[in-house]
Design a protein around this ligand. Structure first.
Ligand SMILES: [Zn+2]
Length: 271
């Protein structure tokens, strides 16, 4: 819209400067009235039916540009909550005198956050520093975030294989109206958790590492009201020095990210 500000309408006989401005106003107004206005600005899109290009390959002022071939998705990105187990005064396993489990889980969690973020997911860490958290704190944080997947990370130097765990629960979860029992809160999410377990195990297998899928009464898995798995990282040759090595951590993180992405894709989560 041109020149429609009422505040500029002042008498033109005050002095020459005001007169000059008034003249410019009138000239511009006349030009605006006499210049053909394009039907659609060139930086706007219009219906696909008006997007046929001319034979010369040049667009006319009245011609709209074609729609982008890749529509931008407005669906929310899936959220993944990653929980680096242990922390603070609770160091977890002492993998060797210089390598604590709490440090390995945190650094791999940060790396996995980067890898999943690069794949278009939103990631939250339950802890992003060296702090104490109870398993109830961890479950409460995960449940409040309502993620598409909760992943708890542990590490060991002993097994020689990477373990993917789902919760081991009684056959039926207890319910009381809209409330679920804290200890069996995971019950109705177990099928999705097992699907995630399967895809993550497949991702690790593809990377050449040994993996096992198990169920165990691990906390806080049973308390989580979302698809949930725990992953115990381990060096491939029982060589504990692999765990803090950057290339080993990156291989694991990539394999985990691939498996998680595959699970979210097959479960219909928006991308
Ligand atoms: Zn642990």
């Amino acid at each position: 819209m041109l020149w429609n500000s009422r505040g500029r309408r002042r008498p033109i006989s005050y002095h020459s400067a005001t007169r000059a401005v008034a003249l410019l106003f009138v000239v511009s107004l006349l030009r605006a009235q006499s210049t053909p206005v394009p039907a659609a600005p060139q930086n706007q899109t219009a219906s696909p039916t008006s997007s046929t290009p001319t034979q010369s390959g040049q667009s006319s002022p009245n011609q709209a540009l074609p729609l982008p071939t890749q529509p931008v998705s407005t669906a929310p990105k899936p959220l993944i909550v990653i929980d680096p187990a242990h922390g603070g005064t609770e160091s977890g396993a002492v993998l060797n005198p210089a390598i604590l489990e709490k440090d390995i889980t945190l650094v791999v969690a940060r790396r996995l956050r980067t890898d999943l973020g690069a794949r278009g997911f939103v990631v939250e860490l339950v802890r992003d520093s060296d702090v104490n958290l109870s398993t109830d704190d961890r479950a409460a944080k995960a449940n409040a975030a309502h993620p598409a997947l909760y992943v708890c990370l542990h590490a060991t130097s002993e097994s020689g294989w990477i373990g993917i765990y789902t919760a081991m629960l009684p056959d039926t979860g207890e319910t009381n109206g809209p409330f679920v029992d804290w200890n069996t809160a995971q019950f109705s999410f177990l099928p999705q958790s097992r699907a995630a377990q399967q895809e993550i195990a497949a991702g690790i297998q593809k990377s050449g590492m040994v993996v096992r899928s198990l169920a165990a009464p691990l906390r806080p898995l049973g308390n989580v009201t979302n698809p949930a798995v725990a992953i115990e990282l381990a060096p491939t040759k029982a060589d504990v020095s692999q765990l803090p090595a950057m290339d080993f951590q990156q291989n694991i993180s990539t394999a985990l990210a691939n498996g998680i992405a595959q699970f979210l894709s097959s479960s219909g989560a928006p991308r």
